[in-house]
Each structure stands twice: as structure tokens, then as C-alpha cells.
Design a protein around this ligand. Structure first.
Ligand code: KG4
Ligand code: ZN
Length: 336
């Protein structure tokens, strides 16, 4: 079964053709990040306009690259929630129009579910049940994936998402949006023990995260040093901050896995590209005898291939939308 997938939840307009949920036939991503860099973050109004401009060429390119025509497509999958509402609406309305005019069934896909599904493309043997740490720019969840379309949130952030904390810390150090990637690179040459940073815990909720205090601590460290005219070693600050964030993520994730007696662990989302998170979990899972899976780095960020993968499983489950489909800025992953 061939699915044409469309993604426009944030600042990437993407389309892909995916076969049977696991094989990517084509994947096109038009990123707007260079433009948003000028403003230090995503400007929703600009994002919507750029999606509207890019959607037709990007979708056409994906079908062409696959060597197919729309006659070969069995379903159209589209990200419908959560994300920037104006951005989502571009993809959803385009997909609805295409579905209506071609009579190809329309499949709505939850953005975080699709991040999890990026693992089905990278790891052909991976099947639910497993526990997944979903860490992106907008979310930090520990999710029990009972089945492809049956999920339960075990823990989540009470304030900032991990990616958001990375980006804000990076911005304070003068790195351009989204700074998480550069912070990760700079941290490679630093000492993670150079600065003592807090490991915030949420009282009575051992699987929940809180990153805003940690983010404020590193920002205060940088500002205080600047006021005193001191120069901090940037690599050491990056390494200490990265270590603190990864420590919080790994500690809660492994505790959840132990308490729920799950031995297959998976990571997903933009922050799952983080080198320390990947290497730490790889090492700890090997020590504990757990199976550990992660997406290829190229599939960690927003893309449409992952939407085509999850779309396949949603379709199998009979999750078909009609022209009444709407987009939602927020939506619980459990509802799909
Ligand atoms: O999943 P994603 O592409 O978009 C959302 O759905 O939010 O995640 C983007 C986030 C950004 O905050 C970005 O800085 C972060 O993922 N990110 C990283 C790395 N690569 C991307 N954070 C830390 N280390 C990385 N290597
Ligand atoms: Zn995302």
C-alpha cells in the first residue's frame, strides 16, 4: 500500500511516499528555518505563508521522485495536530482538497505519533509494545506504546519541553535558532562536570519533567558571569547543560521502564538527535539488558516519511477522515 504523506505542523513543508508503513519511496522537505532565524524563533504568520507557497511544489516533487502518479496512491496521510494552527491548516486543507478531487481516502495523523513511527522506518524489526521517550521542540513525553494506535502517557513536562530549553539556553549563548543542534556540537568539546546545575524533580510525579528551573539556572549563570566581566568557557557551559537535561530525561525514562517492567525502549522527536542522549541510553540499555531503538538522525526532525509510516497503521485501524477534518493546535496523543 502506497501512502502520500503531508506534514506542515511547524516550519517544514514536507511530503513523502511510503510503502506499507516501512519503506520510504520518496521524501521532500522544504525548510523555512533560515527565514525564522532572523527572528530568533518561528513566526507563525510567516510559517503559514511559506507553507501555502511550498505545498504544491513539495507534494508534486514527492510524487514525481517516487516515479508515480496520483493513480498509484492508495491513501493520503496528513498531520492534523498538534502544532501551529495556521501552519497545520495549510497541509490539512490541501490534503482534503486532494482527497476530495481524487477520491483517495484521507488519514489524519497526530504529529507525536508520527515522530514515534520514524522508528518503524529506521528499525524494521521494531513492533509495539514498547516505551518511548518523545522529545521535541514542543513536547517531552514518556509514552507507553501498547500498539501502533494505542498509547498511554506515563509522564510529561510540567513546563518547558527539552528542545525548548536547549534552544533558549543556546540563544543566551548567542547561537541562532534552533540552537539545540549547535549546543550539542559545542558540548562535545566541553567538560560536563564544569558547572553544577540542578536536576529538577516533580514532587509525587517521578516520570514528569520540569526544565524551566534548569533553563533559568544556566541563563543566570551566563548573565551573572557577563555582569562581572568574566568569560565562561562556552563548551563547558554547553556540556554541563546538556548533561543535566539528558540526566533528567534518562533518569525518569529508566525509572518508568523499570516500574512498568518494559524492556524495549525507544526515543523519538527532534531532541532524539542529541548525541549524548543517544549514547547514554544505548550504553545504559545495554547494561540493563534492554532493547534500545532510535530513529536515523535524518528522521529525528520534522519530515513527512514518518507521517506516511504512522498513516499506514492508522489506515489499518480504519482511521479515515472526511472533508469535515479540522486541524488542532493541541491534541492528546492518546486520542490520536
Ligand atoms: O521534533 P522537532 O523537529 O520539532 C517539533 O516537533 O518541535 O524538534 C525540534 C527541536 C528543536 O528544539 C531543536 O533544537 C531540537 O529539536 N534538536 C536538538 C538537536 N537536534 C534538534 N536538541 C538537542 N540536540 C540536538 N542534536
Ligand atoms: Zn516535530
Amino acid at each position: 500500500m502506497k501512502i502520500l504523506a503531508i506534514e506542515s505542523s511547524c516550519d517544514e513543508t514536507a511530503a513523502a511516499v511510503v510503502e506499507d508503513g516501512r519503506k520510504v519511496i520518496s521524501s521532500v522537505i522544504a525548510s523555512q528555518v533560515e527565514e525564522h532565524k532572523l527572528y530568533g524563533g518561528v513566526v507563525p504568520e510567516i510559517a503559514s505563508r511559506r507553507h501555502a507557497e511550498a505545498i504544491v511544489p513539495v507534494v508534486s516533487q514527492a510524487v514525481e521522485d517516487a516515479g508515480l502518479t496520483l493513480d498509484d496512491i492508495d491513501a493520503i496521510a496528513v498531520t492534523y495536530a498538534p502544532g501551529l494552527i495556521g501552519a497545520l491548516l495549510v497541509g490539512v486543507n490541501f490534503a482534503k482538497g486532494l482527497s476530495l478531487s481524487t477520491k483517495i481516502p484521507l488519514v489524519p495523523v497526530h504529529h507525536l505519533r508520527s515522530h514515534i513511527a520514524s522508528n518503524y522506518i529506521s528499525n524494521k524489526d521494531l513492533k509495539p509494545p514498547f516505551m518511548c521517550l518523545v522529545v521535541s521542540g514542543g513536547h517531552s513525553h514518556i509514552v507507553m506504546v501498547n500498539d501502533y494506535t494505542d498509547m498511554k502517557i506515563i509522564g510529561k513536562t510540567r513546563d518547558d519541553a527539552a528542545g525548548e530549553a536547549f534552544d533558549k539556553a543556546a540563544r543566551t549563548m548567542g547561537m541562532s535558532y534552533p540552537g539545540g543542534i549547535e549546543l550539542d556540537k559545542v558540548a562535545e568539546n566541553g567538560n560536563p562536570l564544569a558547572f553544577k546545575l540542578p536536576r529538577p524533580v516533580v514532587h509525587d510525579a517521578p516520570y514528569d519533567f520540569s526544565f524551566s528551573g534548569l533553563k533559568t539556572a544556566v541563563i543566570n549563570l551566563i548573565h551573572n558571569a557577563a555582569q562581572k566581566g568574566q568569560e565562561l568557557n562556552k563548551a563547558d557551559v554547553c556540556a554541563s547543560f546538556r548533561y543535566a537535561v539528558v540526566d533528567c530525561l534518562v533518569t525518569n525514562f529508566l525509572k518508568a521502564a523499570e516500574d512498568f517492567e518494559v524492556k524495549t525502549l525507544v526515543i523519538a522527536g527532534g531532541v532524539s538527535a542529541n548525541s549524548l542522549l543517544r549514547s547514554t541510553l544505548e550504553k545504559r540499555c545495554a547494561e540493563l539488558g534492554y532493547k534500545f531503538y532510535m530513529p536515523d538522525k535524518s528522521l529525528c526532525g520534522d519530515n513527512a516519511a514518518m507521517v506516511g509510516s504512522q498513516g499506514y497503521y492508522e489506515y489499518q485501524k480504519g482511521n479515515i477522515a472526511n472533508s469535515g477534518l479540522n486541524a488542532y493546535a493541541t491534541k492528546n496523543i492518546e486520542e490520536g
